[in-house]
Design a protein around this ligand. Structure first.
Ligand SMILES: [Zn+2]
Ligand SMILES: [Zn+2]
Length: 234
């Protein structure tokens, strides 16, 4: 893919109360309620390793995560996980990632097992929270944040658009290639599935890797566009 200079995209401005603006960053949660977010203890199954329970919400809330969206988000990155099981009915997902075991529950709890230390726990928790952000239910519209990002919910944008210069962002190439693939999906029917799959993968990757949540939201917006393009085809 050619890297052109000055790539600018127009994205909607989202309401401040929308979960796409607020995010579910573990590091933000730790600032507000340090003692209740994270319980770290020795791993029962492996000496010297740690396990941790993390709460993304103050009160466990069975409606915090939309299970079908959770499973479809994890499916996008399946090839990065050694194992993945996700049950839309139970609202539980378990995956193995870089030797760590991670469980995700629809009430907003995460469990990380076999971690080396506290820093690693926080790093993994931050990545996982980005990975599942799109499945967390937004309070403004009651839909998964991915529906806010795609504009499907119809309630979370302010109506304005903002221009974002993407080539200056960290990992900009993930986003650029994502947009290039989305274009390709729309232009050539025989490449449709493959290009759309690549768009989804790159978009979610960008969201997980972005240093700050405002940039990370751009990945979910692209993923939302891909979902819309995919839905039109059906
Ligand atoms: Zn929203
Ligand atoms: Zn919404």
């Amino acid at each position: 893919m050619k890297v052109s200079k000055g790539i600018q995209i127009l994205v909607p401005r989202f309401k401040d109360e929308c979960l796409l603006s607020k995010g579910i960053e573990v590091r933000d949660l730790l600032k507000v309620r340090k003692e209740t977010v994270l319980y770290v203890q020795p791993c029962a199954s492996e000496r010297g390793k740690l396990m941790a329970d993390i709460e993304l919400v103050k009160e466990p809330d069975a409606q915090f995560i939309d299970p079908p969206t959770l499973c479809s988000l994890l499916e996008i990155h399946r090839r990065r996980f050694a194992e993945l099981r996700c049950s839309p009915n139970l609202g539980v997902a378990k995956l193995k990632w870089k030797g760590r075991e991670i469980s995700i529950f629809k009430n907003g709890k995460l469990k990380i097992q076999r971690a080396l230390n506290r820093d690693e726990i926080l790093r993994i928790a931050n990545s996982v929270s980005r990975l599942i952000w799109g499945a967390a239910v937004c309070e403004v519209c009651g839909q998964p944040t991915l529906s806010c990002a795609s504009g499907k919910c119809g309630k979370c944008t302010s109506g304005e658009k903002v221009a974002v210069q993407i080539d200056g962002l960290p990992n900009a190439e993930l986003l650029q290639q994502g947009y290039a693939n989305l274009e390709k999906a729309q232009e050539s029917p025989e490449e449709f599935e493959k290009s759309l799959r690549a768009t989804r993968y790159l978009a979610l990757f960008f969201t997980m890797e972005a240093p700050n949540k405002d940039d990370a939201a751009l990945g979910l917006i692209l993923l939302g566009e891909a979902e819309q393009v995919g839905a039109q085809k059906l």
